[in-house]
Design a protein around this ligand. Structure first.
Ligand code: SF4
Length: 443
């Protein structure tokens, strides 16, 4: 039997959060709950009574990283609880790290909290560690992720997320709005709307209506965007699939109600590859559709991710993708070399692409994307735009335009502006550009 430490002081929990923004939101929820119970969050392994590792299980490389993180936490602290996507593989985790105290799966908040209680009981002091009403966030104070649903109804052949996280489960729209409003009241200037499939929001709950500010509001993508747009913060949409009704939100972007930004994970453009990938809403005319969106909202920035070297991808398919990329003028793109994920049906597809071909295509893709990015950013020089300041260093302020999401896109450098503060929105004139970033001066 292992002794539970009895804490005369507030017990401390260490937290390691791996994976995507959705996992980050899960971590924030767990931390918020623990803080509300009087736990403190330890900044390092040494000061923690127990360490929670929120794992990612999306790719084999992510699983390896998760197993390493668990190993490190055990070596440095010894008392470790595992949660997150990789938690569904408890046997594998325990085989490699038999010392873990508990293993729970993705969004099993209650089980994680119970495991923490078992490992180190909470101190009961109602005056201790009061949590701010907006909850606790791992992002800087001026932006926050807003998760609108869990799970996914699609079955893309390379992805195991639906088997890890289940089918689409949308949050009631008044819950989403309450959280969003609380965040904005607490000083958040930018809300990043996330889920596995943002434009499918509400489908599972039949667009259920709830009351918001004394009015009925439907759990529908467009209605949600409209309502969020009234909060006075930057609203950025991530993980949007190009279903036909996405056309409806473009006018909101043109009006300035939500940011002129769409993160659409296209993954490919060749119809044959998209079919093999079983992508939702894939259609051959997306480049024409993007052009039509830009007619309504000329400032629209599109960020996307792509996979090269998917089984069966021919040189012609790849050329098609490059051509499409140029035609669609995708502003920002990440590219992954296809990696088989254990349990994904794509692994059984014929036509595996050799590693050196994947590598070579990846380089060609990145070079093509860089040319597009240079051209699109150069077109911005001379314009005056709002810039949200993220950080200040000794050389000046570093911010972002409305076309740039935190962490994944570019920055706007305001040299010499050391007096600005993070979270401030300033007007700035763009004076220079390169392949990813802009340089500007206060207007
Ligand atoms: S849309 Fe496809 S890639 Fe995205 S989570 Fe669902 S199944 Fe996975």
């Amino acid at each position: 039997m292992t002794m539970k430490p009895t804490a005369a002081r507030a017990p401390k929990v260490g937290f390691v959060s791996l994976g995507c923004p959705k996992a980050l939101v899960d971590s924030e929820r767990i931390i918020t709950r623990l803080r509300s119970e009087g736990y403190q969050i330890a900044p390092d392994y040494d000061g923690a009574d127990v360490v929670v590792v929120n794992t990612c299980g999306f790719l084999d490389s992510a699983k390896a990283e998760s197993l390493d993180a668990i190993g490190e936490a055990i070596a440095k602290n010894g008392r470790v609880i595992v949660t997150g996507c990789m938690g569904v593989e408890e046997g594998r985790i325990r085989a490699e790290h038999p010392g873990v105290l508990a293993v729970t799966g993705p969004h099993q908040y209650e089980q994680v909290v119970t495991a923490v209680h078992d490992a180190v009981p909470p101190l009961h002091d109602p005056f201790l560690d009061l949590v701010p009403p907006e909850g606790l966030h791992l992002t800087p104070r001026h932006y926050a992720y807003l998760k609108i649903s869990e799970g996914c109804n699609n079955r893309c052949s390379f992805c195991i997320i639906p088997s890890l996280r289940g089918d689409l489960a949308s949050r009631p729209v008044n819950h989403v709005m309450t959280e969003a409003e609380r965040l904005v009241k607490a000083g958040v200037k930018e809300l990043l709307v996330i889920s596995q499939d943002t434009s499918a929001y509400g489908l599972d709950i039949k667009y259920a209506e709830s009351q918001w500010k004394g009015q009925p509001l439907k759990a529908r993508f467009l209605d949600l965007c409209n309502a969020l747009g009234d909060l006075g913060a930057w609203i950025r949409l991530h993980y949007v699939y190009p279903y036909p009704h996405v056309d409806d939100v473009i006018p909101l972007m043109a009006e300035g109600k939500i940011l002129p930004y769409l993160d659409i994970p296209f993954q490919h453009a060749s119809p044959a590859v998209l079919k093999a990938m079983r992508r939702p809403a894939h259609q051959e005319k997306t480049a024409a559709r993007i052009a039509a969106w830009r007619k309504i909202c000329p400032d629209l920035a599109i960020r996307s991710t792509f996979i090269v070297g998917f089984p069966g991808e021919t040189e012609d398919d790849f050329q098609f993708l490059l051509q499409w990329l140029k035609e669609a003028r995708i502003n920002r793109a990440g590219c992954f070399k296809y990696e088989p994920v254990e349990g994904a049906v794509a692994n059984a597809l014929p036509g595996a692409v050799p590693e050196e071909v994947k590598e070579e295509r990846w380089h060609r893709f990145m070079a093509a994307q860089q040319d597009i990015s240079i051209e699109l950013l150069r077109e911005k020089v001379g314009r005056t735009i709002p810039v949200l300041i993220d950080e200040i260093d000794e050389e000046g302020a570093i911010g972002r335009s409305q076309w740039d999401a935190p962490e994944i896109d570019g920055a706007v450098y305001l040299d010499g502006e050391t007096e600005l503060t993070p979270g401030q929105i300033v007007q700035a004139r763009i004076i220079d550009s390169d392949d990813t970033d802009l340089t500007a001066e206060l207007a």
